[in-house]
Design a protein. Structure first.
Ligand code: G4P
Length: 536
């Protein structure tokens, strides 16, 4: 496996481009219970990044009841360990960006996917493609993120292998290339055949750290398991080489084809193959789109964008950490960076790296890395940092909320404080806030109801602001824009009480229901109604 550092990238000369070329920044997408947590643990073990017991405990706690979860979330017992995990393996630096398990926080997940260059799609071998996997896959596809597939739980009863591949191809319109092939299934799962190099890797002993276990010939399998039909396996493999598309790096990088690995995260089997595949095939940090130009990762000047904000990571300090993905160049501790939105410089005096359970000060970081930048509210989601250039990275999205509520303050004297607090919460991406232009109390919008619980708990704990949420007359929000400023102004004037400002002051049309939205849209010539907004 020692060749993986250089295999997929062209040889590079400068130390900066060498550093960039050895980075792989990725996320895992899956439906709950498919095995993301287990696989994450095993990947981290490869990099020697975790103390397994601690991680498992955190996972157990997270499974507790909702109120416990809230408490833990507030105390940041789990988020610290799960935001970004960096580990090194075979000369490569892997940045694994974790995404919240609960679908109520899917907005956070979508934003995190803007910061990765590839994704691993974990599928439960008994269940195939499930709803959440499909949704997350679609987000990846929008951004042409290449996907590597890991079909997990092969040690349990599973569906027919060809059927699983067929399902991926049909439901996701994605070609598949099996890189390994399961030998036996469920209780009779013996291991995998290496489709590229030949030979069978056996499950027994599969816990070996490198996953490089005994390679044996198929014909020699007969004596190992009475239920194994060697002839059938040979037929399957013949069909694989005949019917499956050969692996093509370009098709994979463009998001049209996925290499597929089979294994069992629980048994630490197949994880080494997957990691090797990630190292070999997944792209090094890709060029990023800004409003003015494409920014190449190996450009010497540092640039980065903020895709996530985490508050109260340390309960003793009211600190906020902005997670920034470096898009180009090198970040050195103590350097000054320009926050393009305000035009002001800020000193990056203590950027941080995150490991599974720890964080440490980063002396330097390179394009592809994710650093945490402590701040007291200066940075918000979508912000761009540069060494002076006025560019803004595009593509960190906001999504129209699924639920809209009016915030009711129990103590009317605290209206100003609430306004500030809501501004902070929306800049952090906890909820979206819409301020009706007619002066009515603020509306908050969320994708999932748990976001409202978090908002309520945080307003209470951090700002001593007890609030209630009321059903509002509005249910839908759409950003409105037009190429013709006059048309937009006229639309806004005509819809007075249905217009609100979002966190950036951009106009949003609030509608009572789909019917009313459709009715208004039909009559609003020249106005674009959008349910996604790229944060600027
Ligand atoms: P998630 O993060 O995607 O939600 O999944 P997670 O890793 O928590 O795994 C969900 C369940 O599936 C866990 O069992 C886990 O042990 C099991 N699992 C994961 N990978 C494999 C595998 O390769 N084979 C088998 N047989 N099981 C696997 P649980 O009983 O729900 O939780 P726990 O009590 O084991 O923690």
């Amino acid at each position: 496996m020692s060749d993986i550092a250089v295999s997929a990238e062209s040889p590079s000369r400068s130390p900066l481009s060498d550093e960039v070329a050895r980075r792989r920044t990725f996320a895992i997408i899956s439906h709950p219970d498919a095995g993301k947590t287990t696989l994450t643990e095993k990947l981290l073990l490869f990099g020697g990044a975790i103390n397994l017991a601690g991680q498992v405990k955190a996972k157990g706690e997270r499974r507790n009841t909702r109120s416990d979860w809230m408490k833990i979330e507030r105390e940041r017992g789990i988020s610290v360990v799960t935001s970004v995990m960096t580990f090194e393996f075979e000369g490569l630096v892997f940045n694994l960006l974790d995404t919240p398990g609960h679908e109520d926080f899917s907005e956070d997940t979508y934003r995190t996917l803007t910061a990765v260059d590839s994704a691993v799609m974990v599928i439960d071998a008994a269940k195939g493609i499930e709803a959440r996997t499909r949704k997350l896959f679609e987000v990846c596809r929008l951004r042409d993120i290449p996907i590597i597939t890991f079909i997990n739980k092969m040690d349990r009863e599973s569906r027919d292998t060809f059927e699983l591949l067929d399902e991926i191809e049909k439901t996701l319109a994605l070609d598949t290339t099996p890189m390994t092939w399961p030998v036996g299934r469920g209780r009779d799962f013996l291991g995998t055949y290496d489709v590229v190099n030949g030979g069978v890797r056996l499950l027994e002993g599969g816990g070996a750290k490198t996953g490089a276990t005994e390679q044996i010939d198929i014909a020699d399998l007969a004596g190992r398991n009475a239920n194994l039909d060697v002839a059938e396996i040979k037929d399957e493999l013949a069909l694989v080489s005949e019917a499956c598309k050969p692996f093509e790096l370009e098709a994979f990088r463009e998001g049209h084809l996925t290499p597929v690995y089979f294994g069992s995260a629980l048994r630490n089997f197949g994880v080494g193959d997957l990691l090797e595949g990630l190292g070999k095939f997944a792209p090094a940090p890709r060029a990023q789109d800004s409003n003015l130009r494409k920014v190449e990762a190996a450009e010497p000047r540092m640039s980065a964008f903020v895709f996530k904000i985490q508050a109260n990571m340390d309960p003793n300090h009211r600190d906020r950490i902005a997670f920034a993905r470096l898009c180009s160049g090198k970040l050195s501790r103590g350097m000054k960076a320009k926050l393009v939105r305000t035009g002001k410089n800020m000193s990056l005096s203590s950027p941080q790296f995150f490991f599974a359970q720890d964080r440490s000060v980063a002396d330097e970081a390179f394009a592809g890395d994710v650093v945490g930048i402590p701040n007291h509210g200066t940075l918000r989601i979508g912000d761009t940092l540069t060494e002076g250039e006025d560019i803004t990275f595009v593509g960190v999205p906001s999504f129209a909320p699924e639920i809209v509520r009016r915030v009711r303050l129990t103590d009317a004297m605290k209206a100003k404080k609430l306004k500030e607090a809501l501004q902070q919460m929306s800049e952090e991406g906890v909820v979206q806030v819409f301020r009706p232009r007619d002066g009515a109390p603020a509306l908050v919008g969320v994708v999932g109801p748990l976001q409202l619980d978090v908002l309520k708990a945080r307003l209470d704990a951090e700002y001593s602001l007890p609030v209630e949420f009321e059903v509002s007359e509005f249910q839908l929000a759409r950003w409105v824009s037009s190429d013709d400023r006059k048309k937009l102004d006229a639309f806004i004037a005509a819809n007075g009480s249905g217009i609100a400002d979002d966190v950036d002051g951009d106009p949003v049309f609030m509608a009572k229901n789909e019917f009313y939205l459709g009715y208004t849209r039909e009559r609003a010539e020249g106005i674009t109604f959008s349910n996604v907004k790229d944060v600027k």
